[in-house]
Design a protein around this ligand. Structure first.
Ligand code: DGL
Length: 268
């Protein structure tokens, strides 16, 4: 049996959004192999009951664990918000969520202690970001809002449209009123529309894309547990699995990552 370090990093998301985390991982850890699962047939997770999202995420973790992986990155904010502890109980591998890294990045950035959070309905309902922010620094002024249509704009490639501008103006108005100086993009899809979000909230607000922080944390975990791939692979293998139509995933992933992506459909 090969040592675990030879195995891949497993990433799960409800769709294409987790590719922002994939991309940052390939930048910071260019020699690691990655297995990605996008639950495109059942996305969006945002409006689903917590219990259902947890069940889906656990199914995907079981699938990934059969793909020779050495750790799990839950690159979906909704899945992290509603069930990170249950995934950790289920898996003997290190399981990393996206909320703590995003919170850490926001705390480093805020100057006035006025932080905004945008996410799916499930993430905002869970108050996972507020709890983690307040837990780390009591007294912060936090404004959170669900922006469910953002995910659909990204998945349908509609970010550069006047409709998207209107939606953004409406969703983001409370953050201008609350005078936040830092806004956490608490959903994997939002970095893909960061330009529009930045334009809407103004240049005085720092956007937090937790992908960078997550990749940094994956790196630390691999170092601590001596799990870095022992070979300096110049072309590490990347495998993509989806539950829905592989072609639409391939199209959007190829455009996002500027490399040809082949995805395989699986039924869980
Ligand atoms: N991946 C989800 C998240 O980060 C967004 C998309 C969805 O609702 O499924 O919360």
């Amino acid at each position: 049996m090969p040592h675990s370090s030879y195995k891949a990093i497993g990433i799960l998301d409800s769709g294409v959004g987790g590719l922002t985390v994939f991309q940052e991982l390939t930048r910071q850890l260019p020699h690691e192999q990655i297995v990605y699962f996008g639950d495109t047939a059942r996305m969006p997770y945002g409006p689903r009951p917590d219990e259902e999202v947890r069940r889906f995420a656990l199914q995907i973790i079981d699938f990934l664990q059969n793909q020779e992986i050495k750790m799990v990155v839950v690159a979906c904010n909704t899945a992290t918000a509603v069930g990170l502890s249950s995934y950790r109980e289920r898996s003997a591998l290190p399981v990393l969520g996206v909320i703590e890294p995003g919170v850490r990045a926001a705390l480093k950035q805020t100057r006035k202690g006025r932080v905004g959070v945008i996410g799916t309905a499930g993430t905002v309902r869970s108050s996972a970001y507020e709890k983690a922010l307040q837990g780390a620094r009591p007294g912060l002024h936090i404004t959170a809002r669900a922006c469910p249509l953002f995910v659909l704009l990204v998945e349908n490639d509609l970010v550069d449209t006047p409709e998207a501008e209107k939606v953004a103006a409406e969703y983001l108005a409370p953050f201008n009123l609350a005078a936040v100086d830092t806004l956490i993009l608490g959903c994997t899809h939002y970095p893909l529309m960061a330009e529009l979000i930045q334009k809407t909230v103004g240049s005085g607000v720092t956007l937090i894309n937790s992908a960078e922080e997550i990749a940094g944390e994956v790196k630390s975990i691999l170092t601590e547990r001596r799990l870095h791939h022992p070979l300096q692979l110049t072309e590490p293998g990347y495998r993509f699995f989806v539950s829905g139509n592989p072609h639409s995933f391939e199209e959007i992933a190829t455009k996002m990552l500027h490399r040809r992506i082949k995805a395989y459909q699986v039924t869980l």
